[in-house]
Design a protein around this ligand. Structure first.
Ligand code: ADP
Ligand code: MG
Length: 269
């Protein structure tokens, strides 16, 4: 019997060995005024990260840079170890933004103001993008839409138009619409701050359920109790910088005086 050479025990490298999202040295300026200065952020697959901080600290800018809605002035973003956006300098004074737009659909986005298409029904809102990107046939996509609408408690409203829904209902539809693209990461920019107070919890509950399912999420929010409950990490921003990025418990322990002062201001601490 010929003895075969031992098989080397090398763990195969897969995309899961990399962070779901890795942003390095992100800079952004509007009219030469810096609003984001050298922000690093790494999100592991399945992680829920909340971004908090005072108004004007750059939270929206950060989240819009992450999915390419705003152009970087410096830095790079990778998804699963693959380049997505990179600000490239070459030669003396030359630079350009290199984008791999095929990765865009891996990132789902939920806006403060819902942004549903007003002339389309709930069902049509969900079907538009996945049909365009040919993610399945009509029947499959409809089934998926019904499942997601059921998940967010909106199955009874499939034929309604956005104006016939409350803000909380519209936001739940917007979340289902983003999930239709089967994103690898979901970004939320203050998803409840445009809602009447009594509608806030129904949307937070949906997001909390998604967190429980292991969906990778970055959530900009002013809902501190929610952020501390659902997040694996909390990123605190101030004046365009990440001041701290830590587990909720560490932030609560008062090791970051600036964060503690902020939390006191928003009356959590
Ligand atoms: P946050 O979401 O934390 O409130 P933003 O990211 O919206 O903060 O804003 C950060 C800073 O960038 C603010 O000073 C804001 O005025 C400025 N800013 C945001 N968007 C623009 C823009 N399109 N043009 C000029 N300045 C902007
Ligand atoms: Mg904002």
């Amino acid at each position: 019997m010929v003895k075969s050479a031992p098989v080397p025990q090398v763990k195969p490298t897969t995309e899961f060995d990399y962070p779901a999202l890795k942003a390095s040295k992100l800079h952004k300026a509007y009219n030469n005024v810096e609003v984001l200065g050298s922000v690093d952020l790494s999100i592991q697959s399945g992680e829920v990260v909340s971004v908090i901080g005072p108004s004007g600290s750059g939270k929206t800018t950060l989240i819009r840079l992450l999915n390419g809605l705003e152009q970087l002035n410096h830095g790079e973003i990778e998804l699963n170890g693959q380049p997505f956006l990179k600000y490239l300098r070459y030669g003396e004074n030359k630079s350009r933004l290199v984008e791999h737009p095929e990765h865009r659909i891996k990132i789902g986005m939920v806006f403060q103001s819902f942004n549903l298409f007003p002339h389309l029904t709930v069902l049509e809102n969900l079907l538009l993008a996945p049909r365009y990107h040919k993610l399945g046939n009509k029947k499959e996509l409809q089934m998926q839409a019904y499942q997601l609408l059921n998940k967010v408690g909106m199955l009874d409203h499939v034929w309604k138009f956005p104006h016939q829904l409350s803000g909380g209902q519209q936001q739940r539809v917007a979340i289902a619409r983003a999930l239709m693209m089967r994103p690898q990461i979901m970004l939320f920019d203050e998803p409840t701050s445009a809602l009447d107070p009594e509608k806030v919890n129904e949307v937070l509950q949906v997001i909390e359920d998604l967190a429980g399912e292991g969906i990778t999420m970055v959530i900009v929010t002013h809902e501190m109790n929610f952020a501390f409950k659902v997040s694996d990490r909390i990123v605190f921003m101030e004046q365009g910088r990440v001041v701290c990025d830590d587990a909720p418990q560490v932030l609560r322990d008062g090791k970051h005086p600036r964060v503690e002062a902020f939390l006191k201001d928003v009356s959590l601490a």
